[in-house]
Design a binder for this molecule. Structure first.
Ligand code: ACO
Length: 323
């Protein structure tokens, strides 16, 4: 028995913010953003929380599969921008769906979150669980300082997800590689929670709430560690890089994706990309890309996929799977 991706779906908030729109808020230009990142526009929430975006995906998934919410055994939400520390975004969605049988929890591995969550789902399916939902949902706009051009131009909001089932079929996760690099954590931070109580008053720095990033360090990390993670994953399979039909990398920056394709000496056309329209949606980026590529019939059943995420932590994670 093995993990089969039964359905995919995505949802993004309707408001689109173009690069030109951003020039009204900060000293930047469409040309700078496009040439450094390939990003043209992103979707920004005007009030919807991560659970609202995830719930849209969850309902769509159940509708497409014609599954009842009560038939779900688990719901995992990968997010670095939860509605609250408690309840978890996954529990909120579980409650809204009335998925009474489903255990639900959030997982935070930043932009690697969907990969980490899919590995967890695969483990749960080895146990007594048959059916689950894995969602990446982010409202990064609430972690962005809209005056800071070094980060504000990069991020977007959205959610994507999949239904998975333990099923005897050719579909399966073939190999995986997860790594974390906590010593480099300061290269990308957001959402600091200060300790404040009747007994201790921290002098709070409001900037720590927002994204702070050593962009060049993250760029170097991604272009160095992602190819290594992919190579470790391939080594566990009988595949060579040339056997991979489609590469779905975290959509942080088009230049990073192109650099990784060059490093692996694989055709850039096999590296699917939609960062132009969504920006970096962290844990949501890979499931949004997966859903779009399945809907456009690029990805077909039986094809070999390599999924790879990287980001805050710092973290990296790759999965080789047969769709
Ligand atoms: N518009 C105009 N100018 C800008 C902007 C902007 N939005 N942002 C920075 N600049 C300026 C800088 O201030 C700098 O000016 P200076 O030379 O006068 O100091 C100049 O542009 C060049 O800046 P660099 O940082 O050298 O630009 P670089 O080519 O490195 O590109 C970028 C920056 C796009 C951030 C790149 O480093 C990058 O992509 N890094 C990886 C980021 C990433 O992927 N992060 C997400 C990780 S996923 C996660 O977990 C959330």
């Amino acid at each position: 028995m093995s993990l089969r991706i039964v359905q995919t779906a995505h949802y993004v908030p309707p408001k689109v913010v173009s690069n030109t729109d951003l020039t009204k808020l900060m000293a930047t230009s469409d040309e700078w953003i496009r040439t450094r990142t390939y990003i043209e526009e992103r979707h920004v929430s005007t009030g919807e929380q991560s659970s609202d975006l995830g719930l849209q995906v969850a309902r769509q998934l159940l509708h497409q599969a014609q599954w009842s919410a009560a038939s779900l055994d688990f719901i995992i939400v990968a997010t670095m921008s939860p509605d609250a520390l408690s309840p978890s975004t996954a529990a909120i969605i579980q409650g809204q769906l009335q998925a009474y049988q489903a255990l639900a929890f959030d997982l935070n591995a930043a932009c690697s979150g969907f990969i980490y969550a899919l590995v967890q789902a695969n483990q749960l399916l080895q146990g007594p669980y048959q059916r689950g939902m894995v969602i990446g949902a982010e409202t990064l706009s609430k972690l962005v300082n809209w005056q800071d051009r070094t980060t504000a131009v990069l991020f977007g909001d959205g959610a994507g997800g999949i239904l998975v089932e333990d099923q005897a079929s050719a579909s399966q996760i073939v190999a995986q590689d997860l790594r974390s690099f906590g010593t480099q954590g300061k290269a990308l931070t957001a959402g600091y929670q200060p300790v404040v109580s009747a007994f201790y008053q921290e002098s709070s720095d409001p900037a720590q709430k927002y994204f702070s990033m050593d962009g060049r360090a993250v760029y170097r990390f991604a272009t160095h560690e992602v190819p290594q993670s992919i190579e470790r994953t391939l080594q566990q399979t009988s595949w060579s890089a040339a056997n991979v039909n489609w590469w779905l990398l975290h959509q942080a920056n088009g230049r990073i994706i192109q650099a990784i394709a060059t490093h692996l000496a694989q055709p850039k056309t096999k590296f699917l990309m939609n960062v132009q329209h969504y920006g970096n949606t962290s844990a949501a980026s890979i499931p949004i890309l997966l859903d779009e590529s399945i809907r456009s019939q690029k990805i077909q059943r039986g094809q070999k996929l390599m999924l790879s995420g990287f980001g805050g932590g710092l973290t990296v994670g790759s999965i080789a799977l047969i769709y």
